[in-house]
Every structure is written in C-alpha cells, then in structure tokens.
Ligand binder design. Structure first.
Ligand code: PLP
Length: 641
C-alpha cells in the first residue's frame, strides 16, 4: 500500500537535486534541469548557458568513442582560477593589505600536458605560475610557462642538474625560486650559482609545529619529513650571511597538508608562518614572498563541515582569514606586507574532470519465494526459522532479527555436521533473506534506527556493474576511502527505486564503491533507477580532477580511459570538443607489462594453425578466429558495445 502510493507520487528533478546533494557539492557548476538531465554550467550567475551531459555523451559516442570517458570541461578550470584570484583580490581590498597575491599550481596534482598548458593560459592575466616538485615537473614547467611575472616554485629534493636548470631559468628572466627542503641542498645551490655566475632566488621550507587535522595530517608538524626546523632555519640564514647572499633569500614556504577541513588549522599555520617570516626579515633576509602551500580543501560531500571530506569555510573566508592574519601579524613588527603565494592544487582542478560511465548490468537482491506450507521432513530449527518469517510485525523487528541470525547459524552447523540436506539449507537461507528484506522494510518506518540494522541496507543492496576500473579512474576511492559524488546523468525526473552499490569490471573484490556522499553521514548505498531494456544507463563521478589520473594503475590491465575535453560557448551555450585522447588499447597495456603484441599474435597463430592441422577448425574458421584476436588486441580495454 505504502510502496504503491510512493510510486504514484510525483517525483521531480528538484527531488533528485536534493537527494544527490548536487547543489551542495557542485560549486554552482552542476545542476539538474527540469527535463531530468544533469547539466553543467561553467559560468557563474543566473541565466548562464548550460550543457546537458547526456548530449555530451551522445556526441562522444556519435564520433565513435566508447565509455568510460574522462570529460574535462576547460571553462571550469578557467572559472576556478578566476574565482581564486577574485577572492584574494576582494580580501586584499577589504583588509587594506599592501601586498599582492600570486598563485601557483602544483604540477603533481594533475600533470597532464593539456591541464598545465591551460593553467598557464587561463592564469596569464593573474600571473598564475607553477610549482614543480621534481626534475620532470620542472622541465614540464620550463617548457610551458612563458609569463615572466609568474612564479615557478621549485620544491622537492634537488640534485645538481635540477639546480642548474633552475638557475638557467633565472638567467632567462623567469621568477624561478628554489625552495630549500634540506639543509644539505644549500651548499650545492651556493656553489652552482657561483660556478654559473647566476644569482639564485632562494626560498626555505619550514616545518610548522601547527598540525592540521584531516586525512593528510602527517604532512605538517614537527615530525614532517619535509622542511627545516627552527635551528636549521637559523643555520641557513647564517650560512647565507657568511656568503653575502642574504639578499637571495626571498621566500618562506610551508605546506601543512592537503584537504585541510578546519579553518582554525589554516589560521594557526598562517599565524606561525607570519611570525617566522618576520623573524627572517629581522635577521636581514630580503624576503618578499610568503608561500602558504596547498591545503585549501574541496567540499566533496557538500556538508560544509570539518569532516575530512569537506571543509567548514568558503573560499572567501579562506582568503580573508589568510590575508588578515598575515597583515595583522606583520603590522605588529612594522614589516612590509609580502606577496602571498598559495599552491592550491586540489581546489583549483577537482571540478574540472568528470568520469562518465555506463552500467553494464545489475543484480538485484531478491530471494526466491519460500513455500507456504512447511515441507515434510525438515528439522525443528528450519521450522522455527519459517515460523519467524510468518511472525514478523512492526513491533518485533529486533526480536525476529536476533532469532533469524541464531537459527541461520545453527542450521549452518547442522549442515556442516551432515545433519540436514543441501536442499534444506537452501530453503533455510532463502527464508533468512526473506526475513531480512521484511525487517529492512520495517526499519524504514522506524523513527529511531538501532545500530544493528545499519548494515542491512548495504547487505540487501543491488549491485550495479559499472564500465570502469576504480583502480584506474578513482584510485583514492580505493586507497584512502575518498568520497566522490556519483549520480545518474539522466532520468532525474523519475524516482530512483533501487538502492545499489557499484562494482567495477576488475575481478578484484576491492573494485567497488560502497560509500556515497550525504549531508549528514556517509551513505552505504546509492539510489538508482531500474535499468531499461535496450537503453543505456549513464552515471558520472564528479570532482575527480585532482590526483586521480596519474595515481591510477593498470590493475587487471584496464588502461587509461578515453579523454575528451570540451569548452562551452558563453554566447551560444553550445559545447565544442576541443581535444580527444584515445585511451589505451589492449596492445598498449600489454606492452606496458613487457609483452610484444606482434609476438603474441604470431604465437597465437601457431595455436590456430595447429588446430587446422588437427582438423579441429577449417582454414576459413582460422581466419575468423584470427580476426577476432586482431580486433581484441586493437580494441579498448573496457567493455565495448
Ligand atoms: C601536494 C602539494 C600541494 C598541493 O596541495 P593541495 O592541497 O592539493 O592544494 C602544494 N604544495 C606542496 C608542497 C605539495 O606537496
């Protein structure tokens, strides 16, 4: 009665927006349209044009590319960079700060050539620079950055080659700042700069005693592996003074960690760093730059709390807090306000990429019917279990739950001891799951849900098989239980009637997603629509632009996905595909693990030829089989249809 009524009740796109929390985590870029489509709009403000993601998927498929596809929306990156700078500008104006803000993008957060190129292009008007943490990243930065007013901050351990490259960059007029991570790097920097006769721009990375809470708490604090402690800072200053190079010491840097959910930790870090900055100025260092590292968090679950997958502050609050703290602290020393640098990676790039995928199949949790009459010859225990099924009502849910578990466990023991038949065990398990389904329905009507029922939802959930690999495309969902918002991109004006978990197509039991975003908690299941015959069902995982691409791996030899980049025209509201990168073929991934595809082909041909010789197949059949092998080796590593 209740269920039927629910099904008849109207369900609107608005209901879906609320259910999936899209306006909480979407940062204004994603929304649900009245026709039930998920739309993307990279332009802030009302009446901005939107593009329906299903149209994008169809456009991609019409051009002959298959799902899964990593979609990059260039304008979102553009907007995020503008937002960051306009927020800092507002904060600077509001607080009367005397310095300026310059951002750098840490390359490690998304190293893809297109991304780094777009960051320098979109960031040009703000002199947005890059941060490199290794030689390879430095070389990528040197080849991409053309803006001489933008900073190129070099973190990471530096050998002579690294130092020389950074010095040459200075000679070319670039603002290439070498940040000393370890005391032992300094003599090498001094020596190379003498040898090459190039004046270096030197920064130092400090260890903060401030520790942030959250997932990456270990990156900061006294025990952090990076940076100099206070006595090493003093040693650095003394050495530079002795060498007559205190005028080269320009920048103080720290990085407490990524995804800092609590604004208090951010403020505490800035405060401590401002005092150290003041100390260095008092020591006679030139200074001029204060680099606050990364840590600006993304509100993945949309809860706006200090939960580690969220943040309890807005971008504007972050900027005001940072600027205000620096200004106030330094005013106390009558020290000139420095140029503020942040190395925001995650917050800049997360919204930019969306993983689009289709559902291949679903298994539904529905135990077969239990016979009305108790079959002859079954044990007392089974009879009790069947009786429990008959007795369930809204008042005895907990009692029936405990009884059922007890009977099921006892029956398992009886089976192991050879006392009941396989058929009886089958009947008992069926009855058990029926009881669980009924209890779960009853639980939904309770005002207060006892803890023991919490696992029921996921135990009884459908499994939706998704055409992607968690390990390749959402590695942090597996490695550190990172939450990414996931939802259907169409049919959002229909009530989702199923509750599911998502399984990927690797054969790994960890290749699944059982945690979903929710305002108050973490959901164990995701409401989804019933699959329809002959119709694709598409989902998307959002906010996947940071860290996921290069951390992904070849588990089960599922390779890189296709990548499609679009830009959306603010005038026409139409999207244009600006770049396509075909994902790995089977031959590609095999060669990564040292196979030679040609040798495999030849070797398989020998198997086929032997079968011809032995008259298992005809030569014509050999041709068909070899063609299938050939298609396979050239094909996409994901499910194609
Ligand atoms: C990783 C890293 C960043 C990026 O941090 P986000 O939290 O992604 O902004 C910035 N600076 C350094 C030194 C890093 O190691």
């Amino acid at each position: 009665m209740n269920i039927r009524k629910e099904a008849l009740e109207h369900w609107s796109a608005e209901d879906s927006a609320e259910l999936y929390g899209i306006r909480n985590w979407g940062n204004g870029y994603f929304d649900v349209a009245d026709d039930g489509g998920l739309v993307v709009s990279p332009f802030p403000g009302n009446n901005a044009p939107t593009v329906n993601l299903l149209d994008v998927v169809n456009g991609i498929k019409d051009r002959g590319m298959n799902m899964p596809v990593l979609l990059r929306v260039s304008n979102i990156l553009d907007s995020q960079i503008k937002l960051l700078h306009s927020s800092f500008r507002r904060a600077i104006k509001q607080t009367g700060y005397q310095g300026v803000y310059k951002g750098v993008f840490p390359i490690k957060v998304n190293q893809q050539q297109q991304v780094i190129e777009e960051i320098t292009r979109f960031g040009r008007e703000f002199h947005h620079g890059l941060e490199a943490g290794s030689k390879a990243e430095l070389i990528a930065a040197l080849g991409t950055l053309h803006d001489r007013e933008a900073c190129l901050v070099c973190n990471g351990y530096k050998d002579e080659e690294f130092i020389d490259l950074a010095l040459y960059a200075c000679k070319l007029g670039m603002q290439c700042i070498m940040v000393v991570e370890m005391l032992s790097e300094l003599p090498a920097i001094i020596e190379r700069s003498r040898v090459l006769d190039i004046k270096p721009l030197i920064g130092i990375r400090m260890k903060l005693s401030t520790r942030a809470t959250g997932q990456w708490a270990e990156s900061g604090g006294d025990r952090s592996v990076f940076g100099l402690n206070t006595s090493e800072l003093i040693e650095t200053v003394d050495l530079l003074r002795k060498e007559g190079m205190l005028d080269c010491l320009k920048l103080l840097h720290y990085h407490i960690g990524s995804q800092i959910p609590n604004i208090r930790d951010i403020r505490a870090g800035v405060l401590e760093a401002s005092r150290v900055y003041a100390g260095l100025v008092q020591e006679g260092a030139a200074m001029g730059y204060l680099d606050l590292g990364g840590g600006l968090a993304v509100d993945y679950d949309g809860s706006h709390t200090n939960y580690h997958q969220s943040r309890n502050y807005t971008l504007d609050e972050y900027c005001v807090d940072v600027i205000d703290t620096v200004a106030e602290t330094l005013n106390g020393y009558k020290i000139e306000h420095p140029t503020i640098i942040t190395e925001s990676g995650r917050a800049t790039i997360a919204y930019y990429s969306v993983l689009l995928f289709n559902i291949l199949d679903a298994t539904r949790f529905e135990p077969p019917q239990v016979p009305e009459a108790v079959p002859d010859g079954v044990s007392e225990m089974t009879k009790d279990l069947l009786q429990t099924l008959k007795n369930i009502n809204q008042k005895n849910l907990q009692e029936c739950f405990h009884d059922a578990i007890y009977y099921r466990d006892e029956l398992r023991i009886l089976f192991k001891n050879g006392r009941i038949s396989l058929r009886e065990r089958g009947l008992a398990e069926n009855a058990f799951w029926h009881i669980m389904v009924m209890i779960n329905k009853g639980v939904k009507k309770l005002k207060y849900v006892p803890d023991e029922f919490e696992a029921l939802d996921s135990a009884l959930a459908d499994i939706y098989y998704a055409n992607f690999s968690v390990f390749q495309s959402l590695p942090d969902a597996w490695a550190i239980k990172q939450l990414f918002p996931i939802m259907p991109i169409h049919r959002l004006n229909e009530r989702p009637t199923r509750n599911a978990i998502i399984s990927d197509i690797t054969c790994d039991c960890d290749g699944k997603i059982e945690q979903f975003v929710d305002l108050h908690d973490v959901r164990k299941t995701l409401p989804l629509h019933e699959l329809r015959e002959n119709e694709e069902y598409y989902l998307a995982a959002f906010l996947v632009g940071a860290y996921q691409e290069t951390l992904g791996d070849l588990h089960n030899l599922l390779g890189d996905t296709n990548v499609v980049s679009i830009t959306i025209s603010q005038e026409s509201g139409r999207f244009e595909i600006v770049k396509e990168l075909e994902g790995d073929s089977v031959a590609d991934v095999l060669s990564y693990v040292e196979y030679n595809p040609q040798a495999l082909r030849d070797s398989f041909k020998r198997n086929a030829e032997r079968a011809v010789r032995e008259k298992l197949i005809t030569p014509a059949e050999r041709k068909v089989i070899m063609t299938a092998f050939e298609d396979g080796i050239r094909g996409y590593t994901y499910f194609e249809r």
